[in-house]
Design a protein around this ligand. Sequence first.
Ligand code: ACO
Length: 157
Amino acid sequence: MTAKLRETTVHLLGLHESLPYDLLLLADPSREMVDCYVHASDVFVARQNSATVGVIVLQAIAPETVEIKNVAVREELQGHGIGSRLIEHVIQNVVRHKHKRICIGTANSSIGQLYLYQKLGFEISEIRWNYFTNNYAEPIVENGIQAKHMVVLSRLL
Ligand code: ACO
């Protein structure tokens, strides 16, 4: 475990604390879309000392299912295990006793994220066809591929 990861703690964001939009917009470029789900979700932040370095947003979408609506880590700290720590933390400490399934959606073009979520035990369970082309005003291109569809991956708890 790196020193950066050892220093990282995870907290539920209080109702009166400001939302870390800089991080939320890294995972979801539309402020309008973020605002549609963030106020009806639980927001957890990863902190190093007092600095916020990551965020994860959870929303119950069915009695047995919770969705990770947004997960992001400050750019210069990516690749040190903080994103995996956030996901495992909410699974083990928050959702495992309340829900039977956790899911996460990402774009067909998000190759690194598709790799990471499968490495963490998520399996592809649904495709939301044309989700990004229908819901986002500007085209999103990653890895030279246009983000058109949402790939939903699920993990049983
Ligand atoms: N490109 C390449 N590889 C990636 C990427 C990427 N964009 N994202 C994750 N990975 C892979 C790495 O190769 C690494 O693999 P390894 O462990 O075998 O070396 C692993 O995933 C990294 O794991 P962590 O260090 O635990 O992840 P990190 O702390 O970087 O957090 C996250 C992952 C949240 C995806 C972060 O990279 C990030 O903030 N990216 C920008 C925002 C984003 O795309 N968020 C997810 C959108 S989907 C949604 O929010 C529901």
